[in-house]
Structure formats: structure tokens, C-alpha cells
Design a protein around this ligand. Sequence first.
Ligand code: ATP
Length: 644
Amino acid sequence: MDQFPNQDNLQQKPERGFRLGWIYIIIIISLILLAIPGSYFTAKEINWQEFEKYILNRHAVEKIDIVNNEIAEIYIKKEFANDVFFKDVLQPKIGKALNPGPHYIFNIGSIETFERKMEEAEKSFSENEKIDVTYVKRTNIFYEILPLIIPIILVVLMFRLFAQNVGAGRIGGSSVFNFGRSTAMLYEKENKSTITFNDVAGLEEAKQEIKEIVDFLMDPKTYTKLGAKIPKGVIIVGPPGTGKTLLAKAVAGEAQVPFFSLSGSEFVEMFVGVGASRVRDLFKNAKEKAPSIIFIDEIDAVGRSRGKNAFFTGANDERESTLNQLLAEMDGFGTNSGVIVLAATNRADMLDPALLRPGRFDRHIYLELPNFNDRREIFKVHLKPLTVENTVDADFLAAQTPGFSGADIANICNEAALIAARRKKEKVEKQDFIDAMERIVAGAEKKSKIISPDEKKIIAYHEAGHAVVSWLLKDVDPLVKVSIVPRGKSLGAAWYLPEEHQLRNTAQFTDMLCAALGGRASEEIIFGDVTSGALDDLEKVTKQAYTMVAFYGFNKKIGNISYYNSNGLNETGFQKPYSEETGRIIDDEVRILVEKTYQQAKDLLLKNKDALKTLAELLLQKEVVLKEDLEKILGKRSEVAITK
Ligand code: ATP
């Protein structure tokens, strides 16, 4: 049914607006009128030549007033009232009194020029014909009262703004007078989140734990009667896109209690004290509505370790006082006061340890990148709204996407639908999904990129180098295809299907390094020189080699020592937690490792130089070479691959 506006409002509101509006308009017009000199309306503007020729030389001038050394106001003698030339200015309306003047005005430039010109023009005038010139000073009221009026207008405007906000009475808001109040969104029965636990695929353990928390709130007695304390806070930690926010939204949808949701960055303002005051306000509101849930997304924005980088950022005072307030509030409300704080972050290592200790965020839920089964379930959720062909099945898609997050999967489904729509298909097909995956991983194809034939050859040999080395090493992820079609920033790529490992041994790490160096090794073997095309590979190799030596304890000289710091805190107070000597050993060992694996890649390629050439030529011809072609050139991988 159509909603009709309240008749009372219809009558009252416009009338008040109308009256106030008119007052403003009248004030503004009056000010403008005051600013304009009176002569502007009555006098006609002329120039010196016209004045001299038609007025002065005809002896029609009664007097001249020079106003503020700037404007000359000319008064015409009354006896010229019937003169054709002056009729218009002296008798603007028939039958009315004569216009008292001024009748003409012009800008004199400067007093000296004006006086000189007058003297010249009056040379032939007799003494009593000479014109009476008076110099007058007139002040403009507008400029006088302006400095008084502006502050009054500002005060009135501020007062009105204030009055409006007091009337609005909402939680927080972005107005100037509300900046100390919490900006959290409140979901209650009427505007509940529509997301439920069914929309969250996989993540069974996390869902279970979260459901338990909701149960605590709904039915606390079951737990408290046995003496148990209800947790105060739950922190959800996991890589980006793993469904942390989604899980919280599902809690908001399922819990029958008020749900306050905000992002950590909303506490942080440039004014000191605002964040702390927002935290206070948030907890006050939540306690008033208890049992309730507070959800703080991206809590690292406020919860970052105190004192960390304080010297460099300078903005830490505000963040620290906000965090202190948060800690105090979480400690402050009694365990059973019925407010549970949910928080999410992908930087748990940055968080202040005080925040994570029991009594504050008691429960930690870790989300990981989804495994095969989770991915299949997530695909099912996101395939539901699409019109897909029968050949598309969640199992196939899940198998193709190891290492992808839930957000990536949602993105693939959407991208595939967009690609299918662009191709004017009735249904989304398997190929659309494959193209969507490639687009998401490596960017859109850039066929128009201009690449010279020489460069194309180098790219083909570079990619063929990666392909041959990885094909021949058992511990590298299986190769799917090699392409020299430019995509995103890359000029070519070797595509692998990552296997899901929880652990990797030294051999696997070295094989991966070797495959990554295969491109550069191939360039050196074939062309006797190397190019800048290996930048990405070298970056990856260097980082991996350092982790192997300094973090995983894979190096004999360094031994079983790890300089990895899982909480990101510099507890030792040193810039680097090892001596210069150890630093030098790490650098040397990394260089030795990379050099050794590079040599291995070169040896493999030299042994299989013919296969390398055949593959590179095939790539130049077809641009994309699949696994099947590699099998023909190098033989079945299971039969030829070795472990280094
Ligand atoms: P960030 O740390 O970057 O904020 P996040 O972990 O909070 O990421 P979400 O915002 O929850 O990630 O997830 C983004 C999107 O990914 C969701 O809107 C949803 O479409 C999809 N998604 C992620 N995980 C799942 C899942 N388990 N089931 C269904 N969809 C998922």
C-alpha cells in the first residue's frame, strides 16, 4: 500500500521553511542593495569623450561631484529638461518630477588626469562658465557592517546545526557535534542481517564455535548454573577473504539479540580522545541493550601493539588511548553482563598481547584458506544464483583452485557469469570458469601489447625453460600449460596446479627454486645473455631462499635456529636478532643455495636442450602449449621426473 505523508507535517513544515527562507533571501538582497551606490540605478554611464563633446561643450553641466577620487557624478542643468539629448535622464517618466541627479557618471582614472583634461576642455570657457567640481568622500555601509555580520551568521548556522543533531538523537553519526559518539551500525529485530549460517559454506569448526557463543547469550543460565563464565570476546583470525566478516554477519542474522557492527578504523580520528570516547559510548549502548553482540571488523586498526613504530608514526597517542579504553571496557563489564565482543583481523601478529589474553578475547577462531571440501561447498553456494551448464561441477572447480580463498571463489563465479554474458551465452559454461580463473590469477589477456619478434623468442625460451625444469623435477607442482600471451603485467606464464601440502621438505623447496630459475637459465643457455624478464622469478627465489636459511632451519651452518617472529614484536630490542657475523653467514648461504640451484637448472636444460628448443618453437607457433604437448616432447612426467 502507498504511504501517505502525515497531513500535519505537510502543512507545518513548508510554512516554517517558507518563512525562514524568505527572511534569508530578504537579508541577502538588502545586503547586496546596500553594497551598490545609489547613482548606479539613476545615472547613465558615459565616457570622457562623450561627456566633453555632448555635455561639457554644450555648457549643460550644473556641477560635478568626484566621489572617493574615483567616480565623477554629473548633474545637468534644469533648463535642459526639454532637450532631446537630456530628456531621458532628466524626465525618465512623463508627467513626473525632474530627476534630481546625478544624471551621468564616469570613471575618472586619476585626479591628476581628470583635472588636466578639465583644464584643457575649459580653456575657451569664461570665468563664470567654468564648472564647479566638488570632491566628496562616501563610505559604503556594506563594507562597514560586513565584519559584524559574518560572525553573527556563523553563530546562527552553528546553532541550527546543533539543534538539528540534538533533535535527531541517533547512535553516533558523522556530524560535527557527534564525533565522540559511537558510529556502530545497530542490527535489531526490524533490520536484521539476512545472512545466515547456511550462507557460510565449509568452516564447520568455526561455525560450531560461533554458534556456541550465540547459545551462551540466548541461554546463559545453562552455563552459569554450573559455575562457568561466559566468554567476553571472540577473535576471528585468518587470511583475507576467508569469510571472517561473513561469519559475523551470519551471527547477526541468527542471533536474536541486538548486534552492533563497526570497523576498527571508525574509532580512529585525527582528534585525540575521540576514539576512546567512541569506545565508551559503544559499550554503554551495548550494555543498555544487553544481551547484545559487538562486532569490530579489522580490529588491528586500533588493536595494534602499543609502542610499536611509535617513533615513526607520531599518530600513536590517539590509537593507544583508544586501545587502552577498549582494554578497560572489556575488563570492566562483568563476565556475565551479557555483552560479547566479536572481532576479526587478518593481522593477529600485529595485535597487542594484552588484547588477546584470557579475560578479554578468550576465544580465538582461526580460519584457513579452504581445503578441497570447503572449496566445493563454497562453489555450491556461489553457483546457486547462476544459470550454469550441466557440465560445470563444483568438484572440478574445487580441484582447479587450491590456494584460493572464499572471496576468490565468489569472484570467479561472478567473473565467469560476466564472461558468459559477454559471449552472449544462455548458460555459463566450464570454459568461462577456466577463463575467469586465469583472469583472476594473472589479469586480462593483452593481445594488443606490442612485442618484437626477438623479444617474443626470448619470452618463449624463458617460459619453455620453466616448463622443462618443472616437468623433470618430481617435487614441483604439476604443470598445466605454458603460455606466451601477455596478461596483466606478465609477458608469459607457466601454469601449475598447486598440490595441497601442510608441510614441505628441503627437496621440495629446492625443486621449486630450481623451477623458478629455469627461465633465466634457459635464456643464458640459448642466447648467452640474460634479460630483465626474470625479475619476478628472482624476487620469489630470493625471498624463499632467505626463509629456508633464516626461518626453517634448513641450512647446516645456521643450524636449527629460526629468526622468524610470529607475533611481529621486537622483543629483543635489536634491529636484527642476530649478530653481524651471522647476518653475513645467512647472506652467503642464501647466495650459495641460489647459485647451486641455478646450476642444477642449467644442467637439466643442457641435457634436454633439444626438448627445450622444440617446446619453445611450438610456443612461438601456438602461443599456448598444454600438458599433452609436453608429454609428447618430454615423455610422461611420472616416468621422467626425478628428485634433486
Ligand atoms: P578481509 O579480512 O579481507 O576482511 P574476510 O575474511 O572478512 O576478508 P569476507 O568479507 O567474510 O572475508 O568474505 C568475502 C566474500 O567471500 C564474502 O562476501 C563471500 O561472498 C565470500 N566467502 C568467503 N568465505 C566464504 C564461505 N565460507 N562461504 C561462502 N562465501 C564465502
